[in-house]
Design a protein around this ligand. Sequence first.
Ligand code: PMV
Length: 333
Amino acid sequence: MKVLATAPGKATLFGEHSVVYGRPAIAMAINRRVTVELTSRKDDKAVLHFPDVSVKGFTLTFKGEAITAKTNKANASQAAGYVVEAIRTVAKRLGDYRGVNVTVKSEMPVGAGLGTSAAVAIATAAAYSELLGKRFDGPALSRIGREVELRVQKVSSGMDSSVIALGGLVEFQLKGSDLVAHPLHFKEEMPMVLGYCPRISTTAQSVARVAQLRDRNIHVIEKVFDSIEQVVLEAKKKIVGGETASLGELMNINQGLLSALGVSTLKIEEMVYAARKAGASGAKLTGAGMGGSVLCLVNSSTLTKPVALALSTVGAESFVFEPDYSGVRVQHV
Ligand code: PMV
């Protein structure tokens, strides 16, 4: 049996990091996807292939409740960890273990703040549960995705998982352990460019950095979170009211506040300023930061090329994207 699942990446428009502390955020699924293909095996192994995700041979063996993962690379990339934990979580929930060949492909850079880890986890969970004869709905996959992220990276607001499982533009808030996601809609075309550069920290390290800063300066950082929350609320009003042309200014304010949290870098700032100079009405880091991706909003599609060019002059790669409204998809092939 062969099952294919695809899941979109995501870009956070407003509110990353403060979302970990229960503040609201706005994020959207993007039209770049990861694909996870599963084929049944006769034995009880799960063999992982990552042709374009730069993780070499990885073997996982199921033995009843215990699952052992063996890799020939001491430092196997995190992507493998998300696959392993997604299979483990679904197998445990359904009380069923079956050997599979897993192939993961990505249309976007992995580990650049575009939610690829959550996308890999959710696509794997959707495909593996389908193979075991069960189809989870979007909210259930969001929860499984967060569970996987918590196991691998120890912290997760659940925002990435919710946006990726559900698709579209989403206002998200973690309330206790509830993942609360409300759909939003852009009333007009929203041309956007994503620039990216290598990250110098993982998501978990960036989140830990903010946590330490907050511990040392709790009253100051809580005020920064309050300001980010206010930015999110103003942005929501603008999206609902169709005043998206003025969202850029709020993105720029959010970038300043992320800088105050210590997760921007010189390279990110160079990308942000290059994009703004080339005509982006707003540019901010998106995701955990410390390198990674910069989201650039332009008020006319004629500006996407100059912005992409400006990003390349500071050494960043880029692509133009649109929101994706379909979330995770799964099919038998
Ligand atoms: O960099 P990414 O795509 O892993 O996004 C992380 C977003 C954070 O708000 C920093 C963490 C979280 O769990 O929401």
